[in-house]
Design a binder for this molecule. Structure first.
Ligand SMILES: [Zn+2]
Length: 299
């Protein structure tokens, strides 16, 4: 089972969270039939978004990270709730996989290093908050680090890992870490943390050694007293429903809605995040249009 743990140093100077996300990434791979590079890229983004979502304190808050680079993967989206559950999709799930000379999958080339990373935080209270930053490398962890530095002025270290079997592309491990300096951290604390991070193995190496999320946080925060804030199971979870699809019809004009009825007499709506199909009969569409007219008359 995947989980997130969030820790803070007793002096309140550093927050660290760690996630194991192997099941989340495996589900995404299966739902979207992802190529190896698409698995690595979307897997990293889902892992990062889950960590970022879990930072939101408000219940039922949601966070969406959208990356639009100039590489062949196209647009990539991951959306997480404040309990760390996450879902996502990528425009080109079949994207061809290329490798660096050291054998690692070249995620940066598939995403593209020119483009933008958007973060939308929705607290469910009206206007969502949007932050934007330019992509640094398209390798995702660096791009999220840069987002926090530029858009939120929070010194952050983000590490994300998705490990696939080199022979058959089977997903082996996925996980990540997000470490942030809190206001008031002294230079000494920064130096100590930096030295710890230099020594740290990659996330998937730590996982392969059998380290749990708490062990990863403790390794990053070696020499500090560590308190656990919370620990939660996390899943690939889609929040779509028939009702939400119907709500999305609200912005579509009558004619256009009617033109969406296909040769079998239905409107078929497919959820981008989980590929679930929702069917609405032509009669249901007419009833929806009629009800909408009634409502606007009564306004
Ligand atoms: Zn869905």
């Amino acid at each position: 089972m995947d989980k997130i743990i969030r820790c803070i140093t007793s002096d309140g100077s550093i927050m660290a969270s760690a996630i194991t996300s192997t099941n989340i990434v495996a589900t995404a791979q299966q739902v979207h039939s992802l190529s190896p590079v698409a698995t690595a890229a979307l897997g990293r983004l889902l892992t990062g978004a889950s960590l970022m979502g879990a930072q939101l304190k408000q219940r039922r808050a949601a966070l969406t990270v959208r990356i639009k680079g100039d590489g062949p993967l196209g647009v990539m989206v991951a959306s997480a709730t404040s309990d760390g559950n996450v879902r996502g999709f990528v425009e080109n799930p079949n994207c061809e996989t290329e490798h660096y000379e050291n054998g690692h999958i070249n995620v940066g080339k598939a995403v593209g290093s020119n483009g933008t990373l958007y973060v939308v935080r929705d607290y469910g209270t009206g206007e969502p908050y949007t932050g934007v930053t330019e992509l640094v490398s398209g390798e995702i962890a660096e791009d999220i680090t840069s987002y926090y530095a530029n858009s939120e002025q929070i010194p952050t270290v983000c590490a994300l890992g998705v490990l696939l079997d080199k022979q058959d592309g089977v997903l082996l491990l996925a996980g990540g870490m997000l470490i942030q300096l809190l206001p008031g951290a002294t230079q000494d604390i920064c130096d100590k943390l930096e030295a710890n991070i230099k020594k740290l193995d990659s996330v998937t190496t730590m996982m392969a050694k059998g380290m749990a999320p708490l062990d990863m946080c403790k390794a990053a925060l070696e020499g500090f007293e560590v308190e656990v804030l919370d620990e939660m199971p996390v899943h690939y979870y889609c929040t779509c429903s028939r009702q939400r699809v119907e709500q999305s019809f609200a912005s579509i004009p009558d004619d256009q809605l009617r033109s969406m009825v296909n040769s079998t007499g239905n409107v078929e709506a497919v959820c981008h995040y989980c590929n679930k199909k929702y069917l609405f009969t032509a009669k249901e569409i007419e009833d929806f249009i009629k009800a909408r007219k009634e409502r606007s008359k009564n306004k």
